[in-house]
Design a protein around this ligand. Structure first.
Ligand code: MLT
Length: 321
């Protein structure tokens, strides 16, 4: 009976003239990490541009903690009325394996709006870190594994995933210092309170250029136009050490299709916005294609990424609980 009532209510929402005017008020877009970090940076750029098309403000709300799963969990439980959204990254896929007691099912708790961008990562260190290059960093880290520490944004974060891959690649276990986002982690890195981290170029490009931190290697097949002097990890002796942090927009499961369609159209327009394209390029990334900024593309990406990372995480043997 409840299912029939829900379906009827859903149909009624779509049919009512009021809904045809969606959105009629401000929308909240949750970032599951601290303000000032890479996920926050991407979100604010995209949200500002989407607001122009939707005619309503998109208010960014930072809900950090537990590698992005607290913020994602909040949106999973939100009303499915089109007024609460989530912008999250690859952590939506990796958390499915990392957290064996996740408060939501990544494959059933959300409707999909579309993919946004795929951001490279870069291994960076405090400005006075001794090693001169990636080879030297690996030697130093192995020789000082009980002293050296690295920052991440909690189990499930992109910085955690890259750190886990790095430790597997050099066969050395290191101490992680978890933050609620790599915004605050970067502040400590610049201050020398933590030794190194693997973070997204959307958070570190400017600080690398201003020499406030040292950059050792990017996780890309070829050097980035935004950071032409930073070698790839392959050049530094870690061939195949590549990872891209894809970001996407989600809504709570049951959000009316009329809302999803308007949101996906607004996202596609935002990804062609010259300001978004230019700011992304200056931070080492590019928007996805219009076809990727669709619900179907995101659903396919999430399913394939959960399957891809499951064995990698299981072989590393690091779980959140
Ligand atoms: C991550 O490590 O997942 C992100 O860089 C965290 C953030 O956006 O602050």
């Amino acid at each position: 009976m409840k299912r029939i009532m829900t379906a009827a209510l859903g149909a009624a929402i779509i049919a009512t003239p009021a809904f045809a005017e969606y959105p009629e008020r401000a929308i909240t877009m949750v970032v599951p990490f601290s303000a000032g970090g890479p996920t926050d940076t991407v979100t604010r750029l995209v949200a500002e541009s989407m607001s122009k098309d939707l005619g309503q403000q998109i208010v960014v709300e930072n809900v950090g903690g537990a590698g992005g799963t607290l913020g994602a969990g909040k949106v999973a439980k939100a009303d499915a009325d089109g007024y609460t959204l989530l912008l999250h990254h690859i952590g939506m896929a990796t958390s499915a394996t990392l957290y064996r007691k996740l408060a939501y099912d990544p494959l059933n708790a959300f409707d999909y709006v579309g993919l946004v961008t795929d951001v490279p990562m870069v291994i960076v260190a405090r400005p006075n870190f001794e090693p001169a290059d990636l080879k030297g960093l690996i030697e130093y880290v192995k020789a000082n594994k009980d002293k050296v520490n690295y920052a991440n944004a909690g189990i499930g974060a992109a910085s955690h995933l890259c750190g886990m891959m790095f430790m597997s690649a050099i066969e050395t276990k290191l101490t992680a210092v978890p933050y609620k986002g790599t915004g605050p982690a970067l502040t400590d890195l610049m201050g020398g309170q933590v030794d190194f981290m693997c973070d997204q170029t959307t958070n570190t490009t400017n600080q690398i250029k201003e020499k406030k931190i040292k950059a050792y290697a990017t996780t890309t097949a070829k050097r980035l136009d935004a950071l032409p002097d930073v070698p790839t990890a392959g050049e530094g002796g870690l061939p195949g050490f590549q990872v891209g942090i894809w970001h996407a927009v989600y809504a709570p499961k049951g959000t009316p299709k009329a809302a999803i369609d308007k949101l996906s159209a607004a996202l596609q327009k935002a990804l062609k916005d010259p300001n978004v394209v230019e700011r992304f390029a200056s931070l080492g990334t590019v928007p996805v294609t219009q076809e990727e900024a669709t619900p179907a593309a995101l659903e396919a990406k999430l399913k394939s990424e959960i399957a891809r990372w499951k064995p990698v995480i299981e072989s590393a043997g690091e779980y959140a609980d």
